[in-house]
Design a binder for this molecule. Structure first.
Ligand code: SAH
Ligand code: ZN
Ligand code: ZN
Ligand code: ZN
Ligand code: ZN
Length: 456
């Protein structure tokens, strides 16, 4: 059912202790194979001081990375050495440089010798065929296929770690056209391999196309298809460049707006809930951009699109007060729920958050979006301007209704509960729970009953 799947996509299924807070990246944090671990604190009921611990920044599933260390834990030399050894052993078997060389050799092969191992997710050179003889292989890999790695590779859908949900062509094309119309010539793609691929592919095919891209992603499989100037193996939860200083420098260089080429960052992170960790990394990337200019860009912020579900709006605005949420519904190929469909369109909860002036973000009228002259932004067709709130208040695209008691607009399916003194779903239990909801952070309900996840 919709609610269940949506809740699953919005947060890890492993029930977290109710009060688990992220303290963020800490100086001197120990490393797991995914770079510096993040510091968390576990608080038990009523107790103020919880015990702090480090856990993997990237993997919210212990099966993917089970790194754990109490902050005050004494780690022996032997264990440290073993850990370092383990971290090394977990690195990919080819370096990025080796993959680039392999690619060069691969494209020299005739079509009949171009094979891709689906099991190992790897382009094969003829000398390696034997090793993969009982694996599923794709043969006759064309240049077109090499230019669309996101179609060749299978999406890493495991929700808790990669959550690789790829844009539909419609959404991807829309984003790219929007960026171009806004005058951007450089796109820093953070976890948006399909957008990057569209840029790279057009750049190699269309003469007048003058946009350049750099992809930052934790999915190292992409290093088989892009050079070190086009892809950096990066962890957006701890701002870790796996390629070290050289990779960091590539990114820094890319952010320099040489020849007046304006740059924008587009990020589409997994919706796992570590908003503060993401925000901290994005701020570091923005700072990298600011530092590229001595005069400091007149105190401007690096332009950004952060693609995320609408129910994280308040969390994002906590960290980026200059951002606003656009009504455009971003949808995905491999996620039934977030798919638009030709008829009976399913509403995607995913939106664009940006620090650009909302009126500049032109949304397609042929898809029903219209301009609200009061709000000075494009809104979805169902989003009615509320005279009392003096704003187009719908978040999910449906028409919302104004509640005079709450003094705000609420979802059409909500009712005012006199017990709770707020609007909520009709079938709710009035008992309050102590801890905040994992999804929206508000008290009064658990994640499974979060009103921001409810659908009609
Ligand atoms: N809609 C995008 C893909 C978004 S899915 C597109 O079509 O281009 C989320 C992306 O973030 C995936 O590419 C995934 O590999 C990447 N990702 C997941 N965890 C990450 C992490 N810790 N650091 C960097 N990238 C990560
Ligand atoms: Zn890890
Ligand atoms: Zn309006
Ligand atoms: Zn209202
Ligand atoms: Zn109400």
């Amino acid at each position: 059912d919709g609610d269940g799947a949506m809740a699953a996509a919005a947060g890890p299924e492993r029930p977290r202790p109710a009060a688990l807070a992220l303290l963020g990246p800490a100086p001197g944090a120990p490393c797991c194979p995914h770079g510096p671990a993040l510091l968390f604190v576990k608080t038990s009921q009523g107790k103020e001081e919880g015990r702090r611990f480090y856990a993997c920044s990237a993997c919210r599933d212990r099966k993917d990375c089970n790194f754990f260390q109490w902050e005050d834990e004494k780690v022996s030399e032997a264990r440290l050495a073993a850990r370092e050894e383990y971290n090394r052993s977990q690195q990919p078997c080819f370096t990025h440089r080796q993959n680039v060389d392999r690619y060069k050799n691969f494209v020299l092969l005739p079509l009949s010798k171009r094979r891709f191992c689906q099991e190992c997710q790897q382009l094969l050179l003829p000398a390696e065929w034997k090793k993969h003889s009982d694996h599923q292989l794709l043969c006759d890999i064309t240049t077109a296929q090499l230019k669309s790695p996101s179609q060749l590779l299978y999406p890493l859908e495991n929700k808790k770690t990669n959550a690789q949900y790829l844009f539909t062509d419609r959404s991807c094309q829309f984003l790219l056209n929007l960026l171009i119309d806004l005058g951007f010539r450089r796109v820093l793609s953070v976890g948006t391999p399909r957008l990057h691929e569209m840029i790279q592919s057009k750049a190699s095919q269309e003469k007048e196309f003058n946009v350049r891209g750099l992809l930052l992603d934790i999915d190292f499989r992409y290093s088989q298809f892009y050079t070190e100037d086009e892809f950096c193996h990066y962890n957006m939860f701890n701002h870790h460049f796996f390629g070290g200083e050289a990779a960091r420098e590539t990114c820094r260089k890319f952010l320099c707006e040489e020849n007046g080429e304006r740059v924008i960052m587009v990020a589409d992170p997994p919706f796992g809930g570590l908003v503060e960790a993401l925000a901290s990394s994005f701020k570091k990337l923005m700072a990298m951009w600011s530092e590229t200019e001595k005069e400091g860009h007149d105190n401007r912020e690096m332009p950004m699109f952060w693609i995320f579900p609408y129910f994280f709006e308040s969390r994002i605005l906590d960290f980026f007060p200059s951002f606003s949420m656009m009504d455009y519904q971003v949808d995905y190929d491999n996620h039934a729920l977030y798919k638009h469909g030709k008829t009976g369109r399913r509403q995607s909860p995913v939106r664009i958050f940006t620090n650009l002036t909302p009126s500049m973000i032109v949304l397609p009228e042929e898809e029903g979006y219209r301009f609200c002259s009061v709000c000075q932004r494009y809104v979805s067709s169902g989003n009615q301007h509320c005279e009392i709130c003096n704003s187009c208040t719908s978040k999910d695209g449906r028409r919302w209704k104004h509640c005079v008691l709450c003094k705000k607009c609420v979802k059409p399916s909500w009712f005012h509960c006199n017990n709770c003194k707020c609007c909520t779903l009709q079938q709710h239990s009035c008992e309050k729970t102590d801890s905040g909801c994992f999804v929206c952070g508000k008290a009064g309900h658990k994640r499974s009953a979060c009103p921001s996840l409810s659908r009609s």
